[in-house]
Design a protein around this ligand. Structure first.
Ligand code: IVH
Length: 717
């Protein structure tokens, strides 16, 4: 729910964001992207459409591009997908499985082609592209040694995937042995596992008959079918595979992408029959149009097309920019819209007390997912007034009973893009925004002030932690993966303990065991001796916790993970941080100035910390929690006496002794700033094999270029 609440304001153009706004939104988006990645890659249960996800990611990237200082090693832009789920053996990919950049409009495609021409410095040469449908399935890497299939792995986080070899062997489209002569000793064939729409519908009918939950779309059912512990279940599900890429190859049998596709066919693979060699941008765009027209008639889901530079030597020259190749792009299809009836409007209260109106819809399918809820943002939005006071939807208000047009794109959750006035029934009811919070405290609802001191559009419950809705959302954040990460204490269990009155605040989690002679958790349905023992062990294991996690877990407004880390690094220890917070709450000017001087911390965060620690109720919550914790582990302060302290470093090319993330983290620990692009201000560029434009930039600006070994020697203590 906190998510709907956070979406309450229409989005400000990225170019208009202040640094402070960008920082807050960057943190929020990073968390959202990560949560979506987790749901998509590990749980096979995405809660947003790809178009929404893309929009989210695009905005996130745009923010990072404008404010590169926000990029950290933890940023989703530096990672691909999510780590594997842990159910299968992990496989490290010999060559990382990367992702594709997206194009949404024709101009993006032209820019992509122009970039390539500029990069290759071949203004007069014709560049051919292999144009392929973008299959909406699950990418897979199949490793053959001596022509025999030895491993099949999912993409996972791009570096490490899950070993699903036994399951993949059951697919007819995957040869156990490669056909043909002169097969290289090592061949990694990559492509997409998918389920046909027909098979998906049949499978869902069976799921429903067996009282099992139906899958949301063919992609999820393919993923769910593949990640089965019992390969016999996979074998019973009709899965297909299209080959379109490769990983490690001990020798390259062909010189072009299209040549490789034909080679895959000769080896015994299926490749997509719609794949076409295009010789110009116009042909790419015509291909996109044609495939979009035939999309509905295909028996498998596609969500766009992919263009790849055909010549492999050019692909190699073009290389990669962070997580995506410069030589390929996915041209996505536009978001889909649908019309449905708004049955009701409910108010939900988020963790921070924001009242979010949620539209309850007559369920409707959009972009392959059934949509039942839609955010209505705030009171003004329902009335047809935008954030700037200007009319939206030409001033049409939204009434219960209206027929609305919804779109699953351009924002994180579905949007109402229009109201069909012609279809408005006489019985349609105007919505009156509540004056009292629907929480049991029935507090007065206040409209938040904007930074300019004007009345904002967001309505808030004033109950803070006394409000049970805010309490439970706060507790959910407390146990979440990025905070205390307590195994066996998910949202469902927590809600149950909360409803029973057993856990009212964080400290109560740690006293559960002491109270269990009375509570008798093992007697509750779904629990047993073992699970209760495991739960207590999991809780105990968190009595020692890193300072940054502890700070994040407190759930202060505007203190997300990145800010918590900055605070932890700034103060080093809990005692120092806690003392500073209490002083800030008492408006101690010196303490405020000290906090303000910290990297990445500004007014909004300071005000929020002051408000939190200004409340005696919150101070009590914190004190009681601290008593239950054995150790809050000090954060490592970035070193100020290392040789690279205060320097800016850029890593580029392939690093061989460490991952890029490790390299950046080490640099930051030593007090250096790891940047994403080279400028005059860069002190060092550490270039591995395959370094391209950044190396050229470094030379242009006369920046010191180091090999990985030279860098390691420099930072050696
Ligand atoms: S090429 C280096 N070709 O799209 C990039 N990917 O958004 C290699 N996908 O992870 C990928 N159809 O799962 C490529 N014809 C196609 C594709 C395709 C679907 C998926 C794939 C990839 C994702 C990237």
């Amino acid at each position: 729910m906190a998510r709907a609440a956070k979406q309450a304001k229409p989005l400000t153009d990225v170019v208009k964001l202040t640094r402070a706004q960008a920082k807050v939104e960057h943190m929020r988006l990073a968390l959202e992207v990560e949560a979506h990645d987790r749901r998509y890659y590990q749980e096979d249960a995405p809660s947003v459409s790809d178009a929404e996800y893309d929009a989210l990611r695009q905005r996130f990237n745009a923010i990072e591009q404008r404010f590169p200082e926000l990029v950290s090693t933890e940023s989703p832009s530096q990672k691909i997908g999510a780590a594997p789920s842990g159910r299968f053996r992990k496989v490290r990919h010999a060559v990382p499985m990367l992702s594709l950049d997206n194009a949404f409009v024709e101009q993006d495609v032209r820019d992509f082609a122009d970039r390539i021409v500029r990069f290759l410095k071949l203004p007069d040469e014709q560049i051919d592209f292999s144009a392929e449908p973008k299959i909406d399935g699950l990418s897979m890497s199949l490793r053959y040694e001596g022509g025999e299939l030895v491993t099949a792995a999912t993409r996972g986080d791009g570096a490490e995937g899950e070993d699903v070899t036994a399951n993949i062997r059951t697919l007819d489209d995957v040869p156990q042995k490669l056909k043909g002569r002169n097969i290289p000793e090592v061949c990694e064939v990559r492509g997409e596992v998918y389920m046909t729409k027909q098979a998906f519908l049949a499978l869902n009918r069976k799921q429903v008959e067996a009282s099992e939950a139906p899958f949301a779309n063919p992609r999820n059912s393919a993923a769910g079918s593949l990640r089965q512990k019992d390969p016999a279940i996979t074998a019973s599900r009709p899965l297909g595979f299209f080959a379109y890429a490769w990983g490690e190859m001990s020798a390259m049998p062909e010189e072009t992408q299209s040549g490789m596709i034909h080679w895959f066919e000769r080896c015994g693979f299926k490749t997509n029959p719609l794949t076409k060699l295009c010789h110009s941008v116009e042909q790419l765009i015509a291909f996109h149009r044609k495939i979009e027209e035939s999309r509905a008639g295909l028996d498998y889901d596609i969500d766009g097309v992919v263009y790849k530079v055909d010549r492999i030597d050019w692909q190699e020259r073009l290389g990669f920019v962070s997580r995506t190749p410069r030589w390929a792009i996915a041209h996505k299809f536009p978001a889909e819209r649908a019309m449905t009836v708004l049955r009701d409007i409910e108010i939900q209260v988020g963790r921070t007390g924001t009242l979010a109106p949620v539209g309850k819809l007559e369920p409707v399918g959009v972009g392959g997912v059934i949509v039942q809820n839609v955010t209505l943002h705030n009171e003004d939005y329902i009335k047809g007034v935008g954030g700037d006071g200007e009319p939206i939807r030409e001033g049409r208000d939204i009434r219960i009973g209206d027929t609305v047009v919804i779109q699953r794109a351009g924002d994180v959750i579905p949007q109402v893009v229009d109201v069909v006035i012609d279809k408005r029934p006489k019985s349609a009811r105007e919505f009156h925004f509540p004056k009292k919070c629907p929480c049991p405290l029935h507090t007065d609802v206040v409209r938040e002030e904007t930074a300019m001191g004007e009345e904002g559009s967001r309505a808030r419950c004033t109950g803070e932690f006394a409000c049970p809705f805010q309490k439970i959302e706060h507790l959910k954040l407390f146990v979440s993966r990025r905070a205390f990460d307590i195994d066996g204490l998910g949202e469902k269990q927590l809600q149950f303990f909360f409803d029973e009155g057993w856990v009212k605040e964080p400290a109560d989690i740690f006293t559960l065991q002491k109270r269990n002679s009375r509570l008798k958790l093992e007697e509750i349905e779904g629990y047993g001796d073992t699970s209760v023992r495991n739960l207590f062990a999991a809780i105990d294991s968190r009595r020692r916790i890193a300072l940054e996690r502890f700070i994040y877990a407190l759930g202060m407004r505007h203190v997300g993970e990145t800010t918590a880390l900055a605070l932890a690094r700034g103060y080093g220890s809990w005692d120092a941080f806690h003392e500073a917070c209490l002083k800030v709450a008492r408006k101690d000017e010196e303490a405020i100035a000290e906090m303000d001087a910290l990297d990445q911390i500004g007014d909004t965060v300071i005000q929020s910390i002051a408000a939190y620690f200004g409340e005696s109720h919150n101070r009590g919550i914190v004190d009681r929690l601290v008593k239950e914790i054995d150790a809050i582990v000090d954060a490592e302060k970035p070193k100020s006496n290392s040789k690279v302290a205060g320097k800016t470093v850029v890593f580029t090319g392939t690093l061989e002794k460490m991952t890029r993330d490790e390299a950046k983290a080490t640099a930051e620990r030593l007090g250096a700033k790891a940047a994403g692009s080279v400028s005059k201000k860069t002190d060092y560029v550490v270039a591995g094999p395959g370094a391209g434009s950044k190396l050229a930039e470094a030379r242009k600006h006369g920046v010191t270029v180091l090999t990985e070994d030279e860098w390691l020697a420099l930072i050696e203590e």
